[in-house]
Design a protein around this ligand. Sequence first.
Ligand code: PEP
Ligand code: MG
Length: 746
Amino acid sequence: MPERSETDSRKLLRRLRDTLATPAKGQERLDRITHLIADSMGTEVCSIYLFRDPETLELCATEGLKPESVHQTRMRLGEGLVGRVARSATPINTGDAPAEKGFRYMPETGEEIFSSFLGVPIQRLGERLGVLVVQSKAARQFSEDEVYGLEVVAMVLAEMAELGAFISEADGFSAAHQNPVMFRGATGQEGAAEGRVWLHEPRVVVTNPVGDDPEAESARLHVAVDELRQSVDRMLSDSITSDKDQLDVLEAYKMFANSRGWLKRMEEDIARGLSAEAAVEKEQSIARARLEQVPDPYLRERLHDLDDLSNRLLRILTGQGKDTGAEMPENPVLVARNIGPAELLEYGRKLKGVVMEEGSVGSHAAVVARALAIPLVIHAARITSEALNGNAILVDGDQGVVHLRPEETVAKAFRDKIAMQAEAQSRYASLRELPATGQCGTTITLMMNAGLMADLPSLAGSGADGVGLFRTELQFLVRSRVPRRAELASIYAQVLNAAQGKKVIFRTLDIGSDKVLPYMKPQDEPNPAMGWRAIRVGLDKRGVLRMQLQALIRAAEGRPLSVMFPFIAAQDEFTAARQAALDEMDRERALGHVVPEKLEIGAMLETPSMAFAPRAFFEQADFISIGGNDLKQFFFAADRENERVRRRYDTLDVSFLGLLEQIIARCREANTPLSFCGEDAGRPIEALTFAALGLRTLSMRPASVGPVKHLIRRTNLANLKAVIDEARDSGAQSVRSVVTHFLARQ
Ligand code: PEP
Ligand code: MG
């Protein structure tokens, strides 16, 4: 790169900074900037086009085009050369603009006499703010140096736009981070919340895009990159994981952190006059723009890695950690790219809602959000780039939709919805002490699902008859090491204390499949959902199972205890697991500990095989609980984690109902209590259908107890059963519509 252009570029940036620093109205500032750039680049024209709204660009300032076209000339995204630069987020450089594809002549600007055109995007971290254009009469292509120099200028403008130096003052503009944006994601946990954004990892704010001393800036960059490399090396050496994907990510980090190309580009940016952090951001912006256009998932992941690494580097350079000193707003809604279960738990119930860019319905964070009954939307693409701390936000967990900085009309409709839900909740609260008895006189026992101490207050509040499923793995998932027996015993004792004599069914550890413990060596299995999980692990590795059983027995301190084994797929597995529990009882007794006055040992029925198990299985089990989430995925061969297929098959499909009836009949025959504890038990239509088919105990998330009880109390289950039978006789594939109609009519 010639020395002269570097110096020129630095000079221009410094003049730009000074211009921006002098107090002036937004328009005046823009005018000075265009004048400055044209002058410095030796072009007749320099224009700034900014987004008026996400689809429209407006000419906001120009040196060289007709002044009366300012704020008059507009184009759609993708329209004309300017629109193309904005859409593709890449420069267009041509010596013969009219011959260029997509050229659109704007007569009011008088631009027809300018033959050459160079346009570069004004963008910040993948967010498009506008287009910076220079034009000249001479038919010449701009040199690579000039393109590069203009990109650097655009970067500084983007930073200034971010800081509100001019855009927010320009009339009628939906400036960056001020306009309403809607995100369509997926439901992680139902419910609605209104609050203010709290970013899990706040955006780093670059306050000094222009560097005065390139050498000093370059030295700062080097020190920061060294620190980054060391931290990546540490991450690699500390990593106890043998998971190939995780190691791949770390290796990719290492590769980028040591990439000469990356460092070299940033050094060039600094030589042009950017500060070290602005240089990092410039490269990050380019990577983000690319990210949006790359269809290859592998490459996208790598660009994501680079993005992560750039963020780390920015934090090192600016010293801005996660704690920016900002105060958490009232009614905080957490916005994160992703978050671990332990971190989410730390925020706890003070959060009104959670929105993530990534995640999955079965992710640990989703499990925790569910336990805390916080509305959660996942897959809200780009929300961490759009949202600012303190922005108003509405989370619609039912629809998987998020409204950021909503219009008042949207907010009002949303509030009505929340008010209606609150009203319904208070109606349900009045049913708290009443039984779930239908019009036909049949009573259904309604239990709740839990897994954390944080769930327990819901037991009294929801009106549940007990805890029908306590998922013990959550205590393991939110820790960084295996909990000790005494720790577990104390937690289980607290759970029993909080239940105040109501039944709690503890399910032994259900790990494997989607629930991978951070400290357990992950198994490289082709299909983990059908792999080494739950009781299969428990029976093969007896240590943890025994430790857990001992902790449960001790926690009971003589009180009755109910233990349930997950994922029993064959009778002998249950026999072995049950024997393990009985052996621990004997051992504890022999050691002189008080043992539970009564021990009930149950099985979760989660594979179709058990509907056809030998009668002895049903007789041996003290109770059985249908794990509908797993049972359904195996019955329909549809992965419960896979968004493409998980909603494809209806729980109320007559074939699945037939399977449930078979299980109900087998349990009746053996006189074995039966419950249903999958998510469907908490969905009113499903719950009522199950009850009509003969299920007498349902265990669900606490928030569902009220609505389900309300509906059962209004319903004659015998009549509902008749309607279901009639639909089946007439050949329906699903009974959903008849059940929905029946319930709506009563
Ligand atoms: C189920 O499979 O229905 C169940 C309750 O267990 P989990 O969701 O924890 O797998
Ligand atoms: Mg299950």
